[in-house]
Design a protein around this ligand. Sequence first.
Ligand SMILES: NC(=O)c1ccc[n+]([C@@H]2O[C@H](COP(=O)([O-])OP(=O)(O)OC[C@H]3O[C@@H](n4cnc5c(N)ncnc54)[C@H](OP(=O)(O)O)[C@@H]3O)[C@@H](O)[C@H]2O)c1
Length: 269
Amino acid sequence: MQDPRTIVITGGSSGIGAALARSYARPGRFLALTGREPERLQRVAEECRTAGATVEATVLDVCDREVLETWLTAIDRDHPLDLVIAIDRDHPLDLVIANAGVSAGTGSFGENAEQTRHILAVNVDGVVTTVLAATALMRPKRHGQVAIMSSLAAFRGFPGAPAYCASKAAVRVWGEALRGMVAKDGLTVSVICPGYVKSRMTAVNDFPMPFLMESDKAARIIQRGLATGKARIVFPRRLFACVWLLALLPPAWTDPLLKRLPEKPADHR
Ligand SMILES: NC(=O)c1ccc[n+]([C@@H]2O[C@H](COP(=O)([O-])OP(=O)(O)OC[C@H]3O[C@@H](n4cnc5c(N)ncnc54)[C@H](OP(=O)(O)O)[C@@H]3O)[C@@H](O)[C@H]2O)c1
């Protein structure tokens, strides 16, 4: 969508989500941002207001289906909202970016059951809840775009992050299929697959991250891709080529190499 006016970004309080919020912020735009940590979220909201946007910043957990659905509905339909702030303007949804996500440290002890369930809950259930609620609101108007935050980790399972890779693969494939399904309703779905981007998520990695990118640059690439309704926004291309090749080769060839790759330090989310 060329010039979305009402934009929802889950996980807008940090990293790529915050960079996207800043890059979309300008007069005439309404940004609805979520995150779990109030201070971080308010800081980003203030930056966007300074750039001229109208901003609604709401602390919520994307795993809380009822709260998320109520919030999105309120933004879309101008319903009175009994959450944090009452929304008093009509903001039909133009673009919803299901970006909120987590990873976990797996170094030394591997991935435990709690980490696995938490990653799948936020990265899969949280995304599915956001996208289903958004498309249900957009469908009757035959208007709207949804973006799903996947990753280059979606193309091959890496031993250092099994649940993370699985979660990103699930939403990538789901989003690609959904794109075809909702096209007849006049809606667009785009899947975003970044490589390494500077954020709190990657700040804890103590290993070299090839082609590591600033979050503002990633946001510009994503915004350009969304403006043309691209099916898959994948970057950087050179890292994508490596991951693609790894996925094509037989596991018997690639497993020995992948087993030697470094892991995110334990105790990090
Ligand atoms: N950085 C990379 O290299 C990279 C690469 C590919 C894909 N991605 C994906 O990009 C997305 C953003 O990650 P990031 O790198 O920007 O990491 P980040 O700086 O840690 O940001 C994650 C965002 O998600 C929010 N969040 C996490 N769990 C949530 C929950 N249960 N409910 C609501 N919000 C929640 C966080 O809120 P709080 O601030 O309140 O914690 C934060 O705003 C993720 O989906 C990630 O998997 C990142």
